[in-house]
Design a protein. Sequence first.
Length: 140
Amino acid sequence: MKLKGKELINYLNQYIIKNTLLETLQIRFVKAEDDTLTAKMPVNATVHQPLGLLHGGASAALAESVGSTASHIFVDAETYEVRGIELSINHLRSKTEGVIYAVAIPIHIGRTTHLWEIKITDEQNRLIALAKLTNIVLKK
């Protein structure tokens, strides 16, 4: 993808999230720098588990969303598509309200696989969860 910075963020938020789980969870992309991508998601009752805490599945959805979108940025989208094939996530701190941020950091960007580390933090930059996502790059 040729777009960079704010132009890329605007494109992702206007076209990529529409009518998807990202829109349902109110995930928004906020920063694209060098080889990282950052998204945010509000923490409120819509993403709580029954005890009133951030649901681990919502954190996992955020991690996979930002990591898969980051891979999408690295490939020629007219020729290739990206699919997540493995996600592992460790939940380290609970959260009841506010905002969380997910930063996708590349570990390996190969021809057919991408491996991402996704750090999910709160407003004070405390680590909430740590994920690893493997994506496969397929020819359309």
